[in-house]
Ligand binder design. Structure first.
Ligand SMILES: [Zn+2]
Ligand SMILES: [Zn+2]
Ligand SMILES: [Zn+2]
Length: 281
């Protein structure tokens, strides 16, 4: 059975967030059970005992532990972009920690250049820990029972391009799109992705943009869940039910004790992605 397992649902810094002394992280600092890992998913094939992960986060050890029950091995990593929460997990693969060999790391061309500039990544390549595999927009890559297709996404691309991924298997497909600046100009593509896929895990970084008080939100643009629900309100209930928001910032009220925003998402017919949730595809 081919499945996708959710490994993380937070923004790059996870929850609680480094340096946060505000109320948003107070309970998570006290209670490990309220921790959330940065956005990542795994495509798992139990028959071949292999899995592939999408993004390699700083919390990769906990996320790989979620997969231990499938008794399978890491076979490859698909990276979305060069922001720290999406690739820093590569630091766990080498001699100092996991001592892996021959792990395929699938990357777009600018991301490949970015990685290869790092002496650390070069040493992972030279020691045979990872094999960097160059991919391109809309290329279909076959791994085990899965077909993986990257597609370009507008995001503040100062270090690399950004992609989302479509992951298909015999029973269906999911879309993994944790980071995008805005849906404006991209609405058509979003609606066709809803049409063509069974589940979409999309950028839900903020609930409302006014939750960001200490930073200039123009420097860290993402659509808010509130805006996205408005844009997608014309979908029928089946379409809305395909949508799962993810990549939650530590300020996002859907992950905090005030249940009203989470309730609103459910009332409008949409979903919030949860760690360890399994989707059969
Ligand atoms: Zn991110
Ligand atoms: Zn916080
Ligand atoms: Zn990003």
């Amino acid at each position: 059975m081919s499945k996708v397992v959710v490994l993380g649902t937070a923004q790059d810094g996870g929850v609680p967030h480094a340096g946060c002394k505000e109320a948003c992280c107070e309970s998570a600092w006290k209670d490990m059970l309220l921790h959330r890992y940065p956005s990542s998913i795994a495509a798992v094939c139990e028959e071949s005992k292999k899995f592939w992960i999408f993004d390699a986060t700083p919390d990769i050890k906990h996320q790989l532990n979620i997969l231990n029950k499938y008794k399978s091995n890491l076979s490859g990593i698909f990276l979305t972009h060069a922001h720290i929460g999406h690739f820093a997990g590569l630091t766990s693969l080498g001699l100092e920690i996991m001592n892996l060999k021959g792990i395929s790391v699938y990357v777009m061309p600018i991301m490949e250049k970015f990685l290869k500039k790092s002496p650390f990544i070069k040493s992972l390549i030279n020691e045979g820990v990872i094999k960097v595999r160059s991919i391109s927009d809309k290329q279909k890559i076959s791994v085990g029972p899965f077909l993986v297709e990257p597609f370009n996404v507008p995001h503040r691309n100062e270090l690399s391009e950004t992609v989302g991924y479509k992951v298909s298997a015999s029973m269906g497909s999911i879309v993994y799109l944790p980071d995008i600046d805005a849906w404006q100009g991209w609405e058509k593509k979003l609606f066709s992705l809803v049409e063509e896929n069974n589940y979409l895990f999309i950028d839900g970084t903020y609930f409302k943009k006014n939750e960001i008080k200490k930073r200039n939100i123009k420097e860290i643009p993402h659509p808010s869940i509130y805006e996205s629900m408005k844009l997608l309100s014309c979908l029928d209930s089946n379409g809305k039910n395909k949508i799962y928001f993810t990549h939650f910032n530590h300020t996002n009220s859907v992950i905090h004790s005030d249940p009203s925003s989470g309730r609103l998402v459910a009332e409008k017919g949409f979903n919030l992605l949860k760690e360890k949730k399994v989707f059969k595809i």
